[in-house]
Design a protein. Structure first.
Length: 189
């Protein structure tokens, strides 16, 4: 491999050490996509600073406004000592909505038993019929209820004997069911 012309010029200049050819071949050269990513103005929503504050912001913004402490984004920024307006940068991140949704459902899981308890108390102690109805509907969805039997319609094709049609749906080995099905015995008596 030939040494590039620019290195030859540098070697002629005093006080500048030129790396040997073997050293040049061992130097890692970054991929252009890496350079574009590093030197682009926006880093695809990735933060290196304020990561902990970002997580707290996602948790905070997932709560209903009456549950938030502090109450406003400006107060949040002041409390966590992040630059004014930085919460807008948090909201622009690609993973913001997913993180916010995840924290919201965690909060919902925490308060859900309390909501059901309030419904139960409203229905039983205060006689609130709407609460009783909602509670019963909710419980009905989670209780195994006997389902109605499915109605099976017979298949009939004009011009084809019914026993041939029935044989299409009979598994092998079950052609002769006499003595196996209790209904056959009841009919004989």
């Amino acid at each position: 491999m030939k040494i590039p012309d620019s290195l030859e010029l540098l070697s002629k200049t005093k006080n500048i050490a030129v790396p040997e050819l073997e050293e040049i071949e061992r130097l890692p050269i970054p991929d252009p996509s890496y350079l574009r990513k590093v030197y682009s103005g926006k880093r695809e929503g990735q933060l290196t600073k304020y990561e902990k504050e970002y997580e707290k912001y996602c948790q905070w913004s997932a709560l209903p406004k009456r549950e938030r402490n502090p109450k406003t984004a400006v107060s949040f920024e002041r409390k966590w000592k992040i630059p004014k307006g930085y919460s807008l940068i948090f909201r622009e991140r690609k993973d913001y909505e997913n993180k916010k949704r995840m924290y919201f459902w965690r909060w919902m899981d925490d308060i859900f038993p309390e909501v059901i308890d309030v419904l139960y108390l409203q229905a039983t102690e205060k006689g609130n019929t709407n609460a009783a109805k909602f509670f019963a509907e909710f419980m009905g969805k989670h209780i195994e209820v006997e389902k109605p039997a499915q109605i099976i319609q017979p298949l009939a094709i004009i011009g084809v004997p019914q026993d041939k049609i029935e044989r299409l749906f009979t598994p092998k080995g079950y052609e002769d069911t006499k003595g196996i099905i209790p209904i056959d015995e009841e009919v004989k008596t």
